[in-house]
Ligand binder design. Structure first.
Ligand code: UD1
Ligand code: UDP
Length: 361
């Protein structure tokens, strides 16, 4: 079952790592195809190094650009690799342009497509990720849904039950596999002179919060209000996209916000696990905070991770500064007693097992 694992961005590398480890452990025939959507050291290579992942056999070096050009270049180049390598299965993960191109290229060549983290929906089609995940799900042959809720969404869209497998989310595997390592190896708290439980952590990168500069401005004002109220430093490893917008529009981080370059997974896990609370618009961070029992305030108007709202680990506040402050106040008082809805940490193993037992046709 020769497999091509296609990835291209930070969260895909992290969330595919448990699947890659399983292919390695079992000595199966596979190769990694990296689109090069992310290419900066701290969004890409650092994760291969820290997670000790094998090198990609191909890197397409597609880089940044408008959606059509970026996705189109990937589509053309992925097709060439797939024609040459002729894998039986292509695996993609999540909702980026990389996965849309990977899934589309493969299905047109009649190569089976497996979508890891299938069935997520924000029901907000203005998000590029919503388009990508919907289209990828509908051209996939194997849909690895992280939760029962995701499976129900797929069934509701007419996808046959025989194609859907509830596996848990591979992010639980990645957290379990790396949390103790992070505690042992990361010195980020000492480096930043911060104490466990005495700081907040923030990330912002989503298109809706960076393309619309007024939203980013309001988020920064919200951070200012939160710092003034709680007097805790806000650690903000900033995505290059967000840094670029701040520079272009002359936006300054308020006092109390510590801007850092994006950090590696071990440092990020250490920061996350010991934060008093996290402010984010990231998908993966909503899940990780839920798993780590750290309260999360999400800087969005909707989420494709409703499980986090249901168990009480997360709250949606949009980009309004007063709602951000109110949300932080509410989540600071919340007991950290929720359960983890994203599975038992064996999703990677389960996915590979399913792929190996599927009948060839
Ligand atoms: C992409 C995904 C998003 C995912 C995120 C993970 C799409 C449409 N978006 O968003 O779903 O949550 O990755 O982080 O696929 N840049 C660099 N270095 C890099 C990569 C990007 O400096 O290695 C800068 C460039 O200025 C670029 C901008 O970031 O224009 C945006 O990069 P892009 O890959 O288009 O989107 P992300 O915001 O990273
Ligand atoms: N992350 C990281 N360093 C950082 C910020 C995030 O390693 O400075 C990790 C985080 O632990 C999570 C993933 O990156 O696993 C989330 O990626 P991102 O927020 O870029 O994308 P999304 O999940 O929103 O698609």
């Amino acid at each position: 079952m020769k497999t091509s694992i296609i990835l291209g961005t930070r969260p895909e590398i992290i969330k595919m790592s448990p699947v890659i480890r399983e292919y390695e452990r079992q000595g199966l025939d596979y190769f990694i195809l990296h689109t090069g959507q992310h290419y900066s050291y701290e969004l890409d290579r650092i994760f291969f190094e820290e997670l000790e992942l094998p090198e990609a056999k191909y890197n397409l070096d597609v880089g940044s650009g408008p959606h059509g050009r970026q996705t189109g270049k990937m589509l053309m180049d992925i097709e060439q690799v797939l024609l040459k390598e002729r894998p039986e299965v292509v695996l993609v993960e999540g909702d980026t342009n990389t996965i849309l191109a990977g899934a589309l290229a493969a299905c047109k060549l009649r190569i089976k497509v497996g979508h890891v983290e299938a069935g997520l929906r924000s029901y907000d089609r203005s998000m590029p990720e919503e388009i990508n995940r919907m289209l990828a799900d509908h051209v996939s042959d194997y849909l690895f849904a992280p939760t029962g809720g995701a499976k129900d969404i797929l069934l509701g869209e007419g996808i046959p039950e025989s194609k859907i497998f509830v596996t848990g989310n591979t992010i639980v595997d990645a957290v379990h596999q790396n949390l103790q390592l992070a505690e042992r190896k990361s010195h980020i708290l000492e480096k930043l002179h911060i104490q466990k439980g005495e700081y907040l952590l923030a990330t912002v990168h989503r298109a809706e919060n960076t393309n619309a500069v007024d939203r980013l401005e309001d988020i920064l004002k919200g951070f200012d209000l939160v710092h003034k109220e709680f007097r805790l430093p806000i650690i903000f490893p900033i995505h290059p996209r967000t840094r670029g917008v701040m520079k272009e529009y002359g936006l300054e981080a308020p006092a109390g916000v510590m801007l850092l370059e994006p950090v590696g997974f071990l440092d990020f896990l250490q920061l996350e696990a010991n934060a008093r609370l996290v402010l984010t618009d990231s998908g993966g961070v909503q899940e990780e905070t839920c798993i780590l029992k750290v309260p999360c305030v999400t800087l969005r108007d909707n989420t494709e991770r409703p499980e986090t709202l249901k168990v009480g680990s997360n709250i949606l506040v949009g980009a309004n500064k007063d709602r951000i402050l109110d949300g932080v106040k509410e989540m600071m008082g919340r007991d950290r007693v929720w359960g983890n809805p994203f599975g038992d940490g064996n999703a990677g193993e389960r996915i590979v097992k399913i792929l190996r037992t599927l009948p060839a046709d």
